[in-house]
Design a binder for this molecule. Structure first.
Ligand code: HEM
Length: 334
């Protein structure tokens, strides 16, 4: 009898736990929702997409920057549009911190926000606009599609110093793993999202230490040993000195406007542009992923993985419900 009562207690405890679990996971799932603007701004995706087609037709090189904007937004205070806010007399915002000084595309974000506000005023957050633009930038560059979860609210705080949460191009694998883990992103997300470097360009200054002054010894032989020697010479002829901070280099030369898996072929050949890219070869799991993708046979897996990791990154630290605000202008809090 006693054992029957015990069993009953255990079962009802389990049932209660599973009710709580399913309740809390459905509450979590409701935080962001693919159909969030279904009633309030049903044409949101169409409007963003049409405008993105126009923007990229006029400036194809903006695809990379628009993807990067969403990443830099999500890694600092979550995906809350804080990267878009202008500095004020009393506050230096994220935008003006060194890692963000090379960001581009702010004008396009505001342009799309204004288009949306003309149809559904004060409804769509700037953080959601960034998430949609990043997805469309990838799709329009022949990359994968994913359904963007929506309902992010805009933050009211943007602090330059907090950009120290963004991984620097000099990062080694331990730092990269830690900085991604701090955002709830794992090793797979790290190696998959690094594949975003299939798009776009970088300033010489982001990697010239690898070519001229890797350890600080500042002599001709002071190069990053992780960099392929013939690629090094090629990069040196493009970036002629340590002080060059204006010249751009394609990150995935030959296909920097196309989203594909060729980034991994480069990294496998020790031709990743940043030390952080080459660091992916220093961990067994990430190296395994790089080498598999470098065969060129599994691009469909990379596309699926990238879509999954972008959804995950897009949910980092989001504000929802009554938190934050819907900013009227993306560059200034209401
Ligand atoms: C893993 C750590 C990462 C590091 C250390 C890193 C670092 C950098 C740096 C230094 C640049 C060059 C900026 C310039 O000089 O103009 C850059 C560009 C870029 N990054 Fe990353 N990044 C990382 C992850 C990511 C992720 C997760 C994404 C997106 C999913 C991404 C997308 C891009 C894109 C598209 C560009 C090109 C931007 C342009 O064309 O202007 N990066 N990244």
């Amino acid at each position: 009898m006693a054992s029957r009562t015990m069993l009953l207690v255990v079962f009802s405890g389990l049932a209660m736990a599973s009710v709580i679990l399913s309740w809390s996971s459905s509450a979590m799932a409701q935080q962001l929702d693919v159909g969030f603007y279904g009633k309030t701004c049903p044409k949101v995706e169409e409007i963003v997409r049409e405008e993105m087609i126009r923007i990229l037709a006029a400036a194809p090189t903006l695809a990379g920057p628009l993807l990067r904007l969403h990443f830099h937004d999500c890694f600092v205070r979550g995906c809350d549009g804080s990267v878009l806010i202008d500095s004020t007399a009393g506050n230096t915002a994220e935008k003006d911190a060194p890692p963000n000084q090379s960001l581009r595309g702010f004008g396009s974000v505001q342009r799309i926000k204004a288009k949306l506000d003309a149809v559904c005023p004060d409804t769509v957050s700037c953080a959601d606009v960034l998430a949609l633009m990043a997805r469309d930038a990838v799709v329009l560059s022949k990359g994968p599609y994913w359904a963007v979860q929506l309902g992010r609210r805009d933050g009211r705080i943007s602090i330059a110093n907090e950009t120290n949460q963004l991984p620097p191009p000099t990062a080694n694998i331990t730092q990269l793993i830690q900085m991604f883990a701090a955002k709830g992103l794992d090793l797979k997300d790290l190696v998959v999202l690094s594949g975003g470097h299939t798009l776009g360009t970088a300033h010489c200054s982001a990697f010239s230490d690898r070519l001229y002054n890797f350890t600080g010894a500042d002599n001709a032989g002071d190069v990053d040993p992780a960099l392929d020697r013939s690629y090094l010479s090629r990069l040196r002829s493009r970036c002629v000195s340590l002080d060059d901070n204006t010249t751009l280099a394609e990150m995935d030369p030959g296909s920097f406007l196309a989203f594909d898996a060729s980034y991994y072929r480069l990294v496998a050949k020790r031709r990743g542009l940043f030390h952080s890219d080459s660091s992916l070869l220093a961990d067994a799991y990430t190296a395994g992923y790089v080498l598999r993708q470098a065969t060129g046979l599994y691009a469909a897996d990379f596309f699926r993985d990238f879509a999954e990791s972008m959804v995950k990154m897009g949910a980092v630290g989001v504000l929802t419900g009554g938190q934050g605000e819907i900013r009227k202008k993306c560059y200034v809090i209401n």
